[in-house]
Design a protein around this ligand. Structure first.
Ligand code: PAF
Length: 279
């Protein structure tokens, strides 16, 4: 696997490859890689001639400085995993490469996506995500972009960014990869202690409860029970939401359209998010 650290060199290499007809797949990450990320690499390898992964812990998307400080960094392990997966190129930029002093920070008009759910609880987060992804896409001219559906709202936000900035690429939202007990794989899971790790499965159990009861109870009733179940398992819940696929809240269900259940909740210091398409 080739490793590039400089933006100009990264762009030069990719543009040369594209001139020779190579199709490029891109998987942006913040490192602390797990099988969820590797599944994105695999998808990209299936669809493209060259797969590029970036690792950059983006300070502008952390609305909480302590969260940024504690973000797990496991670069040697990440490189091993990427090599094993057959990733072709790793882009590993410094902060100066991503945010050179002359860069003017744009504001992205994300509409209501910015004020609901994660947007509401993490003010500024999605502007930071857009800033870094916009910058990465301006360096890495890719044909296909791979994102995990675990960050459902992020997928929608980046789709909006791609539309706003007219990036000519195909987006792939890839299935959430779960541990055997249902916990969605996430870099943040590394911060859970042994007992928190056991408690954390309650999120998946909550989705199963919602799925099994969606046509039996009112949506408000289901949300309330789900929230109480999480609280009784030691979570401090930011939200349990039931929405349509565009993340618009639902009060009633017509029995046939798509419902997405989304949860964000803290186990002590660690904030976990997850979602499931229920129907
Ligand atoms: O999902 C992530 O890891 C990050 O939000 C992303 C898309 C790499 C941007 O920093």
């Amino acid at each position: 696997m080739r490793i590039y650290r400089l933006s100009a060199e990264m762009t030069g290499f990719i543009d040369n490859q594209r001139k020779t007809g190579q199709k490029i797949g891109f998987v942006p990450t913040m490192g602390a890689l797990h099988q969820g990320h590797i599944s994105l690499i695999n998808e990209s390898k299936n669809d493209n001639n060259l797969t590029i992964c970036s690792i950059f812990v983006n300070p502008t998307q952390f609305n909480n400085a302590a969260d940024f400080q504690k973000y797990p960094i496991t670069i040697e392990n990440d490189i091993n995993l990427l090599e094993l997966a057959g990733c072709d190129i790793l882009f590993l930029p410094s902060i100066e490469e991503i945010y050179p002093t002359q860069l003017t920070k744009e504001h992205y008009d994300l509409g209501s996506l910015e004020t609901i759910l994660e947007g509401k609880y993490r003010p500024g987060h999605f502007q930071g995500v857009c800033l870094v992804v916009d910058r990465l896409l301006s360096i890495i001219h890719c044909d296909d972009l791979y994102l995990g559906q675990k960050d459902y709202q992020q997928c929608m936000v980046i789709e909006k960014l791609v539309e706003l900035k007219n990036y000519d690429l195909k987006m792939h939202f890839c299935e959430t990869i779960r541990e055997n007990d249902g916990l969605a794989m996430s870099s943040r899971n590394a911060r859970l202690n042994e007992s928190e790790r056991i408690q954390a499965t309650a999120i998946y159990d909550t989705f199963l409860y919602i799925k099994n009861n969606i046509s039996l109870e009112s949506l408000d009733g289901i949300k309330k029970t789900a929230q109480e179940a999480l609280t009784s398992k030691g979570f401090i819940v930011d939200y349990v939401a039931l929405t349509n696929e565009k993340l618009e809240p639902l009060d009633i269900w017509d029995g046939k359209s798509t419902i997405v259940a989304l949860v964000a909740a803290y186990l002590n210091e660690v904030r976990l998010i997850d979602n499931m398409i229920i129907a």
